[in-house]
Design a protein around this ligand. Structure first.
Ligand code: FEO
Length: 400
């Protein structure tokens, strides 16, 4: 059964939701599911913008078929070739034998690499080329490395609709609600939108900045991303978030406390520091156990907050493996502009603090690591209290 929705005159959402997939890209948990958005324009010509993941292809095809109501499909515009959007290209080519695929050189190269049977049914466009489909005219704008090299966005100059590829997308299935004004985005969606952006696109901040600069020159009224809600109001809200995330500026002044604790003693010290911070007036404190929190959530929180405390045991004379994994992800995603503090623990040959500090200094850009730190031998005791107080004071001072 079809479940499409009207976006604006002539334009329909024909995507579908996946609530069965456990891991997006086989790595990021998506307990709220994910939507794969595709859009169909019914103008003088019929134009499909991107397709969907293979897992939801049947529902997608039913949507397209129902809306076309016997009309042929004239064009398929591919803004992004990653298989979560492109896997159903072959099926469209089979069902609509006259369809012409519009995209750029790199995308066509990838289509051939993935084995899609596009043959010569292609129309290659360059940046700023335009096409008229009847009433609607579109312009193609390159968005390289957001987050693949072939990525582009398509802007409908007739109605101000931006087909934004992965930009402005979010994890989370659309439970009947398509538009941002049909959900409480700031309450129910922002954490998944941030986790999506920071883990998928986070590495490419300067490229996102370049696209935002281009976007600033056009009069966008509606943003149609490939995942999550369509934006038709309050565009400034999500643009501001994207601007901050892609400049690696924290959204909020606050402390993220990540601890690695084998028997609870390092966790206890982390609790003591959290309490000391709150007693000093800093209530924006979030705490996570690195051992039971997927690193995609840690990364998202690290982009949100200004300060990060890493509390770690020493393990095999090295860093705790999951702390190392988290730090490696920070490096891979280009995280910058944060202040770090360290709590280290070791019953003998305590090394974790030194190793964490070395990693941060060497691998991350534009960061501060506070000199004050808390060193524990096995467990916190009364003698550690002055050091704890000094560390808490130093964190508070660095927030001014
Ligand atoms: Fe949603 Fe880059 O694919």
């Amino acid at each position: 059964m079809h479940t499409y929705r009207k976006v604006t005159e002539d334009l329909y959402w024909v995507g579908a939701n996946d609530r069965r997939l456990a891991l997006f890209e086989n790595i990021h948990p998506i307990p709220r599911g994910v939507s794969y958005n595709s859009y169909l324009l019914l103008d003088k010509k019929t134009v499909l913008f991107d397709t969907v993941d293979w897992s939801v292809c049947r529902e997608f095809l039913q949507n397209v078929d129902a809306l076309l109501a016997g009309r042929p499909l004239d064009y398929l515009v591919i803004n992004h070739l990653e298989p979560d959007h492109a896997a159903s290209i072959d099926e469209i080519l089979l069902r609509y034998p006259k369809v012409i695929v519009i995209s750029n050189e790199k995308a066509f190269m990838f289509m051939r690499q993935f084995g899609f049977g596009i043959d010569d049914r292609t129309e290659e466009v360059q940046e700023f080329d335009t096409r008229s489909f009847g009433k609607h005219e579109v312009i193609f704008v390159a968005a390289p490395m957001v987050h693949w090299p072939e990525a582009m966005v398509t802007f409908d100059t007739t109605n101000g609709v931006l087909f934004a590829a992965d930009a402005f997308g979010s994890f989370g299935a659309l439970n009947g609600k398509l538009f941002n004004d049909e959900v409480n985005f700031d309450r129910d969606w922002i954490d998944d939108a941030r986790r999506y952006f920071t883990n998928i696109v986070g590495k490419y901040g300067p490229h996102v900045q370049a696209v935002l600069k281009k976007a600033g020159t056009i009069d966008i009224k509606i943003v149609c991303p490939l995942h999550g809600p369509v934006w038709r109001t309050d565009l400034g809200y999500i643009l501001d978030k994207y601007d901050k995330w892609s400049r690696y500026e924290p959204e909020e002044k606050g402390v993220l406390l990540i601890y690695a604790s084998m028997y609870g003693n390092t966790e206890s010290a982390a609790n003591a520091l959290a309490t000391a911070l709150v007693e000093r007036g800093m209530t924006n404190v979030a705490m996570y156990d690195v051992s039971n929190t997927h690193v995609s959530y840690l990364i998202s929180e690290t982009f949100r907050l200004s300060h990060v405390v890493l509390a770690s045991v020493t393990y095999n004379l090295g860093m705790y493996p999951l702390i190392h994994n988290y730090l490696m992800d920070m490096k891979a995603l280009n995280l910058q502009k944060r202040t770090f503090a360290i709590i280290e623990n070791g019953s003998w040959a305590c090394k974790s603090g030194t190793l964490i500090r070395e990693f941060l200094d060497k691998e991350l850009k534009e960061i501060t690591v506070l000199n004050e730190q808390l060193t524990l031998n096995s467990a916190m005791n009364e003698m550690n209290l002055p050091e704890l107080a000094t560390l808490a004071d130093s964190i508070i001072e660095s927030m001014k």
